[in-house]
Design a protein around this ligand. Structure first.
Ligand code: PEP
Length: 266
């Protein structure tokens, strides 16, 4: 199977409270990026195999965080945007705006956007397309709720979200798409999906991608796990063959702990 470059991401959500705290959090992480991350400054870093590390600050902090940490090899992304190009959409920001502040990635379909802000699969599909058309890379979040988990339809939920959210995306564009499998019942709850159970869904998502695209796309697409990833469980999660990285919420707000996560032991 294809080698997939590891990608670790920190979703800060609506935190921290001030720009000063955001900059110190970003610097704490940047200072601790280990030899296997894509941190610059050493000839030892292999651009194609190093671990990509991305942080998703709230909009007002993106530019300054980018300026503060880009030199250290830390990448920034946006947690959201509105898919229209410009115009009378008070309170919204566009893809070109976040791109021009230095974002390389965008979270699409995060469960909090789906449930609290009514992001539908068709809107998420528009965002995935707009992200790619704007020269950025989407991290498409999928996963079952607690209720869906309990009634035993987690695979069906993931398959439906993948097919609707990736509708119309080409095989070529899939090179820039990252998937994050995030069982909603494991987000922010401290309940971790067992590494083997998560891996089984990741492998299943590759079957779905084979049906939607082809085997090559399925093997090349990076799939992150998200849901209560912490310094003490990351190594077991990253040991799984179909898990290519983690999307981290709560634990990305503590610099030293997040650094330990991105510098996971292989
Ligand atoms: C998330 O918000 O994507 C997430 C996985 O959160 P947490 O790590 O806090 O469960």
């Amino acid at each position: 199977s294809a080698f997939r470059q590891p990608i670790m991401a920190g979703n800060w959500k609506m935190n921290p409270e001030t720009e000063e705290e955001a900059l110190s959090l970003a610097s704490e992480v940047a200072e601790r990026l280990g030899a296997e991350t894509c941190a610059t400054g050493g000839d030892s870093v292999d651009e194609s195999t190093c671990t990509e590390v991305v942080v998703f600050p709230p909009f007002p902090f993106i530019s300054k965080v980018k300026d503060a940490v880009a030199g250290a090899g830390l990448v920034v992304g946006a947690q959201n945007f509105f898919y229209e190009d410009k115009g009378a959409f008070t309170g919204s920001v566009s893809a070109s705006m976040v791109k021009s502040t230095g974002c390389e990635y965008v979270l699409c379909g995060h469960s909090e956007r789906r449930t609290l802000f009514a992001d539908s699969d068709s809107n998420i599909n528009l965002k995935v397309k707009k992200t790619l058309d704007s020269g950025m890379k989407p991290i498409l979040c999928i996963g079952e709720t607690q209720e869906e988990f309990e009634i035993g339809i987690k695979k069906e939920v993931c398959a439906t979200q993948l097919s609707k959210d990736l509708y119309g995306i080409t095989k070529e564009q899939m090179k820039d798409v990252v998937i994050a499998y995030e069982p909603v019942w494991a987000i922010g709850t401290g309940l971790v999906c067992g590494a083997e159970d998560a891996n089984e869904i990741h492998a299943y998502c590759r079957e779905v991608l084979t049906n939607l695209f082809d085997e090559e796309v399925a093997q090349a697409t990076r799939i992150q796990y998200g849901g209560s990833v912490k310094p003490d469980n990351v190594d077991d999660i990253m040991a799984m063959p179909d898990i290519d990285g983690c999307l981290v919420g709560g634990a990305s707000l503590e610099g030293e702990g997040f650094a330990r996560i991105v510098n996971f032991k292989r």
